[in-house]
Design a protein around this ligand. Structure first.
Ligand SMILES: [Zn+2]
Length: 133
């Protein structure tokens, strides 16, 4: 996980050019849990290309970011938000939500039930499969 955090810091300034567009898109809501009012962070959904890619960026709150970066701090109650997020119209948010959902399968009944309802096209499925949370 340390490597993931390092990479996140290194690229952070390179992502600022997307900031305005992302702020407009998310409407000041976390694109995973929909929380409003806290500070939001640009998060790049892996795999991360050499050049920062807008299509891989999502705006997420501190709580979502912290729990993604620190698996031991993940609170299943918080991630009930995935029930909505997996249907996001934004591909990167949808893929991130499904990759997170996968981490709860086998541990949380709601995660399995939700997963059974999902349909992903093959490209998105490959994207989800390439994410190792
Ligand atoms: Zn959030």
């Amino acid at each position: 996980m340390a490597r993931m955090q390092e990479r996140y810091r290194e690229r952070h300034h390179g992502l600022s050019m997307f900031g305005k567009d992302l702020v407009r898109r998310c409407g000041a809501h976390c694109e995973l849990c929909d929380s409003h009012g806290g500070s939001l962070n640009v998060f790049e959904v892996p795999p991360v290309a050499a050049e920062a890619d807008f299509e891989h960026c999502v705006m997420i709150c501190e709580s979502c970011k912290r729990q993604i970066l620190h698996p031991k701090r993940r609170d299943p109650h918080h991630w009930r938000c995935l029930t909505t997020a997996v249907w996001s119209p934004i591909p990167a948010a949808r893929v991130l939500a499904i990759a997170m959902l996968d981490t709860f399968i086998g541990r949380e009944d709601w995660a399995m039930q939700l997963h059974e309802q999902l349909y992903l096209d093959p490209d998105e499925q490959r994207w989800v499969d390439s994410i190792d949370f």
